[in-house]
Design a protein around this ligand. Structure first.
Ligand code: TRP
Length: 329
């Protein structure tokens, strides 16, 4: 059975784009893969974050992921900082990756541009990410398009290490969803939905109340020609809503265009709002139940970390031996 690893940062409220683009697939993969999912809190400290905010966000995201259907009996969910082998392997890989490679990373250029002070950690972010995946000898890494370059680097690092020290790491493959999964901001539909780059009113948060979700959908920007048809250039608002409904119902946009032929935007938006609320209601109910017992979430994360560690330790032991560190006796 192929092994999957993926990571999600605990910072920033999660929205329906995160759910449809990643979380939902993490849940379905559980039945036919061996899955490890990590809340990558070590990555989050590459920029300044308040300690209480980090702690709250990590526990809240764990609660959300369990509520979304990650099943501790089927897969492993853990906090990255609970498995210190991630940091140890990152050091070894720091000595394999080069400055030139890291300098070419577009995400680093984007995130560091215009900043007064940039941490060494932000520069090194992709090496820690490589360690995350290689530590578990993972085969597949489901990620968004924006992570393609980091995945290529990870493969290069694995191949170089294997070449220098002998076969050590599985060289992982990216699993990038094909087009269609693009969920856009409802107020500025030329932008991706995002809690950092988008608008508040145009972002459907997973924990927004049903009333708030409805309001956001009903006030989504459209156009004045009144036809429910996809046309990214001239009708980005309607196109965004069509893609959203298409992703939720898992039906092609063309089917939706036919369904709404001759009907107005009001009807269409109403249906999108219903679909969003129906999709998220079970998750929200489960979240409320789990959040009432925070000790249970801490316990489940601990179970996850113990199981992750049991796979991570043999890898670092092998790596130490390959590099040539003296035996500990
Ligand atoms: N960098 C990824 C993102 O921003 C998160 C991440 C960290 C990750 N480590 C990972 C994703 C390992 C896949 C595998 O989305």
């Amino acid at each position: 059975m192929a092994r999957i690893f993926s990571g999600i940062q605990p910072t920033g409220d999660k929205h329906i784009g995160n759910y449809l683009g990643a979380i939902r697939h993490w849940v379905t993969s559980q039945s036919d893969h061996e899955c490890l999912y990590s809340i990558v809190d070590l990555h989050s400290i590459t920029v300044t974050v308040e300690p209480t905010a980090l702690r709250d966000a990590t526990l809240s995201l764990a609660t959300l992921l369990f509520a979304a259907g990650l099943d501790p009996k089927q897969s492993t969910l853990f906090a990255q900082s609970h498995v210190s082998e991630h940091m140890e392997l990152a050091w070894y890989l720091n000595c394999t990756a080069t400055m030139g490679e890291l300098r070419r990373m577009t995400q680093f250029k984007d995130k560091s541009g215009g900043q007064e002070s940039v941490s060494v950690g932000l520069f090194d972010y992709p090496v820690l990410q490589a360690a995350d995946v290689l530590l578990y000898q993972s085969d597949l890494v489901p990620v968004g398009e924006d992570q393609r370059q980091h995945l290529e680097l990870m493969r290069d690092i694995a191949l170089r290490f294997n070449g220098r020290y002998g076969e050590t790491f599985v060289v992982p493959q990216a699993q990038i969803p094909t087009a269609g999964a693009r969920i856009v901001d409802l107020q500025e539909p030329t932008k991706k939905m995002s809690t950092t780059g988008g608008t508040e009113q145009g972002t459907l948060l997973l924990l927004d109340t049903p009333a708030r979700l409805r309001k956001k959908v009903m006030s989504a920007v459209t156009d004045s020609d009144g036809i429910v048809r996809a046309d990214a250039e001239n009708k980005p608002g309607i196109t965004g809503l069509l893609l959203l409904l298409s992703a939720i119902e898992d039906v092609p946009v063309q089917t939706l265009e036919a369904r709404y032929d001759g009907r107005g935007y009001g009807d269409f938006k109403q249906d999108v709002a219903d679909a969003v609320v129906t999709l998220l209601e079970p998750l929200q109910t489960r979240y409320a139940e789990l959040a009432a017992d925070p000790g249970e979430v801490v316990r489940l994360l601990n179970v996850g970390a113990t199981s992750a560690r049991s796979l991570a330790v043999p890898t670092v032991e092998l790596v130490r031996e390959r590099i040539g560190f003296a035996p500990r006796g």
